[in-house]
Design a protein around this ligand. Structure first.
Ligand code: AMP
Length: 394
């Protein structure tokens, strides 16, 4: 695919710029509340360091909007990284400039340095050439291991690669690209895509692209109600995007004879979105006009699970219901378990479905859990991601 991995390049003695994703959640005291993203980047950092490269790490954190704001400093990340690596991590208080150059100049082979937040400069997101050149001047080799930002053409993900001779993908990036490509290029059939979440409008591109690839399309979550309305059902107070009803109807027509297109047949409906509210299981033609459907029902879980069981390739994006509330979580967890029990090659993407897989305790049984919600959606839409294209060289 024209992308080199870090295993294929000479690292010894080289200044290796690694674009990582250290955009970690923190509490108000700047304590890191979830270090998954740091943990996931360790194999690449260790590999560079163990092979004698000088690892220069760069990331964004939050939205400082081009201003140096201590609230968004990466200093706490340097500390946590140092604990995890069990070695010193030098923290640079800037990400470009003479002082940084000096610090890098003083690095030993195998050393690790973390640059300050890239988004302290508005030029990062604007992908400005002068900023890209300033970043490129810090290194001999460029490595991208931040799949989550690969759908953005920023200076650190795209711009600077034009000024660095040797570019490569880190282990995390490689796994994302290989797994997602497996779902798009010659996937094994039966191929089942399960799409859920709040809105049809967010998933139009994915539905359209996957319609040409999959054998079965299962729709759940809030977006299912726009489709059910298009089919003529009375959906009560369930979530609906009126402006997508016609599109949904066209899509159902397009799917006919091409793929198996399944909508939920029953639901967990409630008087309102509240765990205390009166609720019950209803079929499509029984939805009370003043009630709201908040999860797929047990019959739907069974039907969807049967499709999942016979699949060889599975892609899942978006929860089947309001899984954050226990009474409306069984549909999403049921699907998570069905995917975990299947022998298919499975990919789960999107923050909410990833959270559901973790909450259901089945994460280890999924072949690939994508770290980038937006990036994996765009990949599945068939779009070219600037951060990945920038790594392709003859
Ligand atoms: P998305 O970000 O598009 O993947 O949507 C995820 C959100 O959709 C979650 O917060 C769910 O609570 C919500 N959701 C899923 N099913 C429903 C539903 N039937 N009604 C309302 N919201 C839903």
């Amino acid at each position: 695919m024209g992308i080199r991995t870090i295993e294929q390049i000479e690292l010894k003695g080289k200044r290796v710029f690694i674009r990582v994703d250290f955009n970690v959640p923190q509490d108000e005291k700047h304590h890191i509340t979830d270090d998954t993203r740091i943990l996931l980047s360790l194999p690449t950092i260790r590999f560079v360091s163990e092979n004698g490269g000088k690892a220069i790490l760069a990331s964004h954190l939050g939205r400082p909007k081009g201003k140096k704001d201590p609230k968004f400093s990466l200093a706490p990340v340097a500390e946590r990284l140092s604990q995890l690596l069990e070695r010193k991590v030098v923290f640079a208080t800037d990400c470009i400039g003479e002082d940084v150059q000096k610090q890098i100049g003083g690095m030993e082979e195998g050393g690790v340095l973390l640059l300050e937040n890239l988004r302290f400069y508005s030029e990062e997101e604007k992908n400005e050439e002068s900023f890209s050149k300033a970043l490129a001047s810090l290194c001999d080799v460029y490595v991208n291991d931040a799949f989550g930002t690969a759908h953005r053409a920023h200076a650190s993900t795209e711009g600077m690669t034009r000024f660095v001779k040797i570019v490569a993908a880190g282990f995390l990036m490689m796994k994302e690209v290989e797994s997602l490509e497996r779902a798009l290029i010659n996937p094994q059939n039966p191929y089942v895509a399960i799409l859920g979440g709040a809105k049809v409008s967010d998933k139009i591109g994915v539905i359209q692209n996957l319609l040409n690839k999959v054998t079965t399309l299962l729709i759940g979550g809030g977006m299912a109600y726009t489709f059910l309305k298009a089919e003529g059902f009375q959906i009560g107070k369930s979530l609906v995007e009126e402006d997508q009803v016609e599109f949904s109807l066209n899509l159902i027509e397009k799917a006919k004879g091409k793929v198996k297109f399944l909508l939920p047949s029953d639901h967990i409906a409630a008087e309102q979105m509240d765990i205390q509210a009166k609720r019950g299981i209803v079929k499509n033609d029984q939805i009370p006009s003043s009630w709201v459907c908040l999860d797929i029902g047990p019959e739907t879980v069974k039907i969807f699970s049967e499709e999942i069981q016979s699949a060889k390739t599975i892609v899942w994006n978006g929860p089947m219901g309001v899984f954050e509330m226990e009474p409306f979580s069984q549909g999403t967890f049921g699907i998570a378990k069905a995917i975990a029990n299947s022998s298919a090659f499975s990919i789960v993407g999107g923050g909410d479905s990833v959270a559901a897989v973790n909450k259901a305790g089945v994460a280890e049984k999924i072949n690939h859990i994508s770290t980038g919600g937006g990036a994996s959606l765009e990949f599945l839409e068939g779009k070219k991601l600037p951060g990945i294209e920038a790594l392709r060289r003859e």
